[in-house]
Design a protein around this ligand. Structure first.
Ligand code: OAD
Length: 230
């Protein structure tokens, strides 16, 4: 019996909502230099460029709507007799807008702002700029509240605890290329969980999973949820 279900979502779950993925053909990292827009060093070199990149991500997010896969996870959370942990690598808020509660955003949230000087957090304005003062300390040290390469993802202790108790681990719409999230399948398996990948096509790490379900998230996630709730 599955008592604790651990779900890890990635850009693929939001792809059919119109938000681009990172590593697919024509993906975000083929159009933007990751070192310039998603590292602390890039931000120090050119904060306006980095704010511009995340302002565009925020704008895309504001124009997007949750899809059937996001909504299926809300249904799963409501109907599953047991614990459901949902960890996302996505900085969008489509899980929340689909009604899912308690999502763990390990890479932060593009709709939130963070003061690099005092650590205050607040709702991000639609457009952020380097000179924006922090509402708490007044310094112009604002940044999007997202995790960049070279930074430690958020909530790792909570995630490790949940992984150690997982009976079923599912990775949905993620390429499994970015650690530490890429290591979760091995951690879950070591804890005794059965593992499932749901992806448009088997990822390069599909061999690490017990089962691979292939197809667009809006089709395969609702069908998989139906099976779990049956
Ligand atoms: P990737 O772009 O690396 O992978 C997206 C995955 O989604 C691929 O495996 C696709 O096959 C799959 N996919 C695409 N369309 C899909 C669809 N309609 N249905 C189901 N699957 C689909 O994105 P992530 O794995 O999320 O981090 O990337 C992980 C991290 O790398 C991101 O959080 C971001 C990025 O750099 C930071 O910025 C720190």
């Amino acid at each position: 019996m599955t008592r604790h279900l651990f779900l890890l979502t990635g850009a693929g779950i939001s792809a059919e909502s119109g938000l681009g993925t990172f590593r697919d053909a024509g993906g975000i990292w083929s159009r933007h230099d990751l070192d310039e827009v998603a590292t602390p060093e890039g931000f120090a070199r050119d904060p306006a460029l980095v704010h511009g990149f995340y302002n565009a991500r925020r704008e895309n997010c504001l124009g997007a709507h949750p899809n059937a896969a996001h909504r299926a996870l809300t249904r799963l959370q409501a109907g599953f007799r047991g614990e459901v942990t949902i960890v996302t690598q996505n900085v969008d808020d489509l899980h929340e807008r689909a009604g899912t509660a308690g999502v763990i955003h390990m890479h932060g949230e593009v709709m939130r702002a963070l003061c690099a000087a005092c650590g205050a957090r607040w709702q991000a304005p639609r457009v952020m700029a380097p000179a924006d003062p922090c509402p708490a300390c007044g310094r112009a040290a604002t940044r999007p509240d997202v995790v960049w390469f070279g930074e430690v993802p958020y909530h790792m202790d909570r995630i490790a605890d949940r992984l150690s108790r997982a009976d079923l681990f599912a990775a949905i719409g993620t390429s499994g290329q970015v650690y530490p999230a890429a290591g979760f399948v091995a951690e879950a398996r070591a804890a005794g969980a059965r593992t499932v990948e749901l992806n448009l096509a088997p990822s390069d790490v599909a061999g690490a999973f017990d089962e691979v379900i292939v197809g667009p998230a809006t089709r395969i996630v609702p069908a998989w949820v139906d099976r779990l709730l049956a």
